[in-house]
Design a protein around this ligand. Structure first.
Ligand SMILES: NC(=O)c1ccc[n+]([C@@H]2O[C@H](COP(=O)([O-])OP(=O)(O)OC[C@H]3O[C@@H](n4cnc5c(N)ncnc54)[C@H](OP(=O)(O)O)[C@@H]3O)[C@@H](O)[C@H]2O)c1
Length: 320
């Protein structure tokens, strides 16, 4: 039986969109490969996933597009409108005149006419010669937020995406964006889980009407950018044991109860279903209090992704 995932309604300009509160992440480490990614996405659609998170950087747009076409052929979904598809603008194309061609490339990869959400992947600009991480400091620049956002707004105005948003933006980046935006960002996708709760950034986003989407909601276990400290956290494990749930489910339920959406990645048939099975039970107040007191540590930083350059270390040190 497929799970029906609840949705949250958001506005972007004049459009209203609904985001299923749990989506499937499609970035895997090490990369799962085209056919395995496609097969996992078809399995996810069978299980009830209707929200998929991709990016040009992940190289999963093509298998996602093929999986959607196959799901339509198999009758797993009746139309593309049943899905919420998010992709992201990579930093080497973060220049106003490159953005429309870039989203059109993503749409070709996905075999789609429009995206539901297009995000600025990081508030950084990379020179085009960059093909791998970390990046030499001469190839990395601060983002020209005003002009890049104008390019994002053009994508929406042309009907290439229903909504636009950002990822990895601090409240400072958001303030700058909001000071010139005609269309405010609908979402900010950031790292969030019980061990990196983003309390201040969430309060800021709430006050500005920006929906938060949690990436690495399970701490990105067994990936090159994450570790097992969420899934191996004693407090979460104890709560899981007492409730007959898994630690992953406790983390995802906690995120849901904080009012954020999340995009866990699992390409495993049982675990992807387990990650959707969080809607017909809840955490007690005592359990939530215990989780809110967990010591905090950011997992993914500008420096860990792009290189330990001085101004990136300063960005990481800024208070949200
Ligand atoms: N905007 C950004 O900059 C950004 C950055 C990072 C990630 N993301 C997005 O967020 C998505 C998810 O984040 P993530 O991949 O970093 O980390 P994650 O979803 O927190 O963790 C993924 C890892 O957890 C394992 N897993 C999944 N469900 C599990 C369960 N129930 N029990 C035990 N292990 C489980 C997965 O393995 P199996 O597949 O074997 O189950 C995989 O190794 C990505 O795929 C991507 O779409 C965005």
């Amino acid at each position: 039986m497929a799970t029906v995932v609840p949705g949250v309604a958001l506005s972007s300009g004049d459009d209203l969109i609904t985001i299923p509160v749990i989506g499937m992440g499609t970035s895997s480490s090490p990369p799962a490969g085209h056919e395995a990614t496609k097969a996992a996405i078809i399995e996810a659609i069978r299980a009830g996933y209707r929200h998929f998170d991709t990016a040009s950087m992940y190289r999963t747009e093509q298998p996602l597009g093929e999986a959607i076409a196959e799901a339509l052929r198999l009758g797993l979904i009746k139309s593309r409108e049943e899905l919420y598809i998010c992709s992201k603008l990579w930093c080497s194309s973060a220049e106003k005149e490159l953005i429309v061609p870039e989203i059109k490339m993503s749409l070709r990869n996905l075999q789609l006419d429009y995206l539901d959400m297009y995000l600025i992947h990081w508030p950084l600009k990379l020179s085009e010669e960059v093909h791998q991480m970390p990046v030499k400091k001469e190839h990395i620049f601060p983002l020209d937020i005003k002009s890049v956002w104008e390019g994002m707004e053009e994508c929406k105005n042309l009907g290439l995406t229903k909504a636009i948003g950002v990822s990895n933006f601090s409240s400072k980046h958001l303030e700058e964006l909001l000071s010139t935006a005609n269309i405010p960002p609908a979402v900010n996708q950031v790292e969030m889980n019980p061990l990196w709760q983003q309390k201040k950034l969430r309060e800021f986003c709430k006050a500005k009407g920006i929906h938060v989407i949690a990436y690495s909601p399970l701490g990105a276990s067994n990936t090159k950018w994450g570790d097992n400290r969420v899934l191996e956290c004693d407090v979460l494990q104890d709560i899981a044991k007492a409730k007959g749930k898994t630690t992953a489910q406790i983390s995802l339920r906690w995120l849901y109860e904080q009012g954020v959406s999340s995009v866990p990645k699992s390409f495993n048939k049982e675990r992807m279903r387990q990650n959707l099975d969080i809607f017909n039970w809840s955490l007690t107040e005592e359990e939530s209090n215990k989780i809110s007191q967990l010591p905090q540590r950011k997992g993914i930083t500008f420096a860990s992704v792009f290189g330990p350059h001085d101004w990136l270390l300063e960005l990481d040190a800024e208070d949200i």
